[in-house]
Write a protein that binds this ligand. Structure first.
Ligand code: NIG
Ligand code: FE
Length: 419
């Protein structure tokens, strides 16, 4: 039996209470629930109480002896951060390409010359389960130190049935062995591998007829993502792949309008995707369609920063009523970071989001983007006890003192995992 944990005297608790049924959109993203001088009682891995210090003291007066007491004086307590878009499992590293980009080469040029995703695919195909496990576990440890308690992880560096399954199996094993929960997305359509360069439609058929059915049969993923981008997969090919996934119970996600406007947002809305991700170049029509259908925009300001591109227009999307989530996009090419705190800073400084909006985007809306809002993403009775405690006074301070990891402690499933 785990000991109960009693967090008390928190300067602020961002609860985000009452937002589990649908993602927060428009003004709701800024109007977050904040409790001053609050307490949380955690038992059996679940939140049993969130409320004022006085009420907690009365309720639990006879049980203080049996609990681990966490004094959160002067601290900010939030739901465990959720990262809804990562490419966690890969081998190798691409710092040489980073150097080339600093000299003026573009991301797509590097990819079209056999580098980029292709380079990581070669390294990942060569790597054993064990190597992939070890390298990815290191990243997970760093995620945890940055306050993240759940992540989504995409495959897409195998690009063949055997190696896509290998990546997804490693993700499943990491989910079992590591405190962080991992939700898997199949992304066999991440690039057309070199062996199909001359006949990309044959690769699309292979994804549809062989990969998707097998991944679904093995229950290795819940979502199906595709890189819909000029020179990668067309909107038509992407649609076929996403429809095939739907037939096998995989919910669509789309890497949309990252490098060029390509009607990716429109596709995500028309197919009923849970999220459209990137959206740096999304059209006004696409943004309107996302708002109308309630598709979550998963925005990745770290990627824009690292690619030296202009960020997605988060401000415009929120004002248009699109529910926005934020993510690191952790991957070896366009965003080799694990820092959700930095992503929040960039959300404020480069996308015009408020400190409250970025917190919503990294907790409850991120949980909605991976279909987990019923169990994580807010601090309320009955939810999983995933909690991040920051050594800052308040939620504004967290963004104001930017570029620093202010995480003090992390509780995952009712256990202190960082302290
Ligand atoms: O989300 N854009 C496509 N996929 C990744 C990058 C993958 C890579 O460069 O290895 C992204 O940015
Ligand atoms: Fe990505």
């Amino acid at each position: 039996m785990k000991k109960p944990i009693f967090i008390r005297n928190a300067n602020q608790i961002v609860t985000l209470e009452g937002s589990s049924s649908k993602p927060l959109a428009g003004k709701e993203m800024d109007q977050i629930q904040i409790l001053a001088n609050g307490s949380i009682w955690i038992e059996d891995g679940v939140i049993q109480f969130v409320g004022s210090d006085e009420e907690a003291a009365e309720l639990y007066i006879n049980r203080l002896q049996e609990a681990d007491i966490f004094d959160a004086t002067g601290k900010l307590v939030t739901p465990g951060l959720v990262d809804p878009h990562t490419h966690l499992v890969f081998a190798g590293s691409r710092e040489k390409e980073f150097g080339m980009r600093l000299q003026g080469a573009t991301y797509m040029e590097i990819m079209n010359n056999g580098g980029g995703i292709h380079a990581t695919t070669s390294a990942t195909r060569e790597a054993s389960h064990q190597t992939l496990f070890k390298e990815s576990r290191k990243r997970l440890d760093q995620f945890l130190l940055h306050g993240v308690t759940t992540i989504e992880a995409k495959s897409g560096y195998g690009l063949s049935l055997e190696h896509e399954i290998k990546q997804l199996e490693v993700a499943r094993k990491l989910d079992e062995k590591h405190p962080i929960d991992i939700i898997s997305t199949f992304m066999g359509a991440h690039a057309v591998p070199s062996e199909y360069k001359k006949n990309p439609d044959d690769f699309v058929d292979y994804v549809i007829n062989e990969m998707i059915p097998e991944v679904a049969r093995l229950k290795l993923a819940e979502f199906n993502d595709v890189f819909c981008e000029r020179g990668v997969f067309t909107p038509e090919q992407s649609k076929r792949i996403l429809e095939a996934g739907l037939k096998h119970g995989l919910t669509p996600k789309v890497h949309a309008d990252e490098i060029e406007p390509f009607e990716g947002a429109e596709l995500a809305a028309s197919i009923g995707a849970i999220s459209a991700e990137h959206l740096l170049k999304a059209s006004d029509k696409g943004i309107k369609a996302l708002a109308e259908k309630g598709v979550i925009a998963v925005l990745l300001p770290g990627t824009a920063f690292f690619l030296m591109a202009e960020s997605a227009n988060g401000r415009k999307m929120i004002d248009a009523g699109v529910p926005v989530a934020l993510s690191t996009d952790c991957n070896p090419g366009s965003s080799p970071t694990v820092s959700m705190p930095l992503v929040m800073n960039l959300g404020c400084l480069r996308m015009g989001m408020t400190p409250a909006e970025v917190l919503t985007a990294c907790t409850i809306n991120a949980a909605h983007a991976i279909n987990r809002a019923n169990e994580i993403g807010s601090l309320e009775k009955g939810k999983k006890a995933d909690v991040t405690i920051f050594d800052v006074n308040n939620y504004m301070d967290l963004q104001y003192r930017y570029g620093v990891n202010h995480v003090h402690s992390v509780i995952k499933n009712g256990e202190v995992v960082v302290n």
